[in-house]
Design a protein around this ligand. Structure first.
Ligand SMILES: Cc1cc2nc3c(=O)[nH]c(=O)nc-3n(C[C@H](O)[C@H](O)[C@H](O)COP(=O)(O)OP(=O)(O)OC[C@H]3O[C@@H](n4cnc5c(N)ncnc54)[C@H](O)[C@@H]3O)c2cc1C
Ligand code: FES
Length: 271
């Protein structure tokens, strides 16, 4: 049975001109990488990953790209929103000796932040994080990341902060100079496609957090199915291994709209 849990919007933090964090009062049991379906019972219902969870609060960092995300990031503080889930698979903790590299681009930095915090809480110390955005004003959690005991590499497409360039190009450089065991990434699909190409035939284990238009979120409607393997992203994902992505033809090529029609990815920017 599907049940929605009410959460009070305690605060809305304007992170960047396009992106806000809904701070919700209440506890949510979930694992990094999983997602929930969020609704206000007025504008619609859409999937989101958490950007933080604590004992009595949790946060959704949302980029306003359309009708639902524009409305939900403007609800009054004190109002109630409803969550169902968590759904999907999650990132799993690797061996403590592993050298990890995380790549977050644009809004994909939100679930990467939760994963990073989780790793640090569990005592992982060998972590490099590439945090990219289009421009300095769209960089998420920049000062928070600077306070962590990690190797932080910041990049912007326009060079307004950190390295100038796209995150996959920075990744290529980093991988030329250092070896890692596992890569985790979330962000725009064109960025992740290029990350996938960069790691190519290296032995690096890799995990990608994908997004697709979702309706049911529980494996019934078929809306989020990936061609040609028939993987339902809401059940077998949203975390997919780089190895499995080798056989997903639509990865980085097209997604589907609300009616199931193909929507080709376009653009030169990555974040
Ligand atoms: C597992 C998962 C986790 C997600 N986590 C986050 C998150 O933490 N923060 C966040 O801001 N967004 C996240 N999203 C994406 C979010 O669900 C969409 O941005 C949202 O559904 C857009 O709704 P809308 O009505 O505002 O826009 P729409 O009117 O539905 O779409 C506006 C534009 O955005 C595109 N779009 C819509 N949904 C997606 C999608 N899933 N992937 C790529 N493009 C899309 C549409 O094609 C259209 O061009 C996640 C999606 C999934 C599947
Ligand atoms: S969203 Fe319905 S099957 Fe995945």
């Amino acid at each position: 049975m599907i049940t929605w849990k009410p959460f009070t919007v305690k605060d809305i933090i304007r992170e960047t001109p396009s992106t806000s964090t809904l701070v919700l009062s209440g506890k949510m049991e979930m694992q990094p990488g999983q997602f929930i379906m969020l609704t206000d019972f007025a504008t619609g219902e859409k999937p989101f990953a958490f950007s933080f969870v604590s004992e009595n609060e949790c946060g959704l960092t949302i980029k306003a790209v359309g009708k639902f995300t524009s409305a939900i990031t403007r609800v009054p503080v004190g109002s109630t929103v409803y969550l169902r889930g968590p759904y999907g698979n999650c990132f799993t903790l690797p061996g403590k000796d592993k050298k990890l590299i995380l790549v977050g681009g644009g809004c994909g930095t939100a679930p990467m932040r939760l994963w990073l915090r989780h790793l640090l809480q569990h005592g992982y110390s060998n972590i490099t994080f590439i945090n990219g955005a289009r421009s300095a004003d769209e960089l998420l959690y920049a000062s928070e990341f600077r306070s962590y005991p990690i190797e932080l590499i910041t990049s912007t497409d326009d060079g307004s902060e950190g390295y100038a360039g796209f995150t996959p190009d920075i990744l290529r450089e980093v991988l030329t100079n250092s070896a890692f065991d596992i890569l985790y990434t979330a962000g725009p699909e064109l960025m992740m496609k290029k990350v996938h190409e960069v790691i190519g035939s290296t032995p690096l284990e890799s995990w990608f957090l994908l997004e697709r238009y979702m309706k049911c979120g529980i494996g019934i409607c078929g809306q989020c199915t990936l061609d040609p393997a028939g993987i339902r992203l809401c059940i077998e994902g949203p975390v997919i291994s780089g190895e499995v992505l080798n056989s997903i033809d639509e990865f980085g090529t097209y997604t589907r709209d609300a009616y199931g029609g193909r929507k080709v990815f376009a653009g030169i920017g990555c974040t």
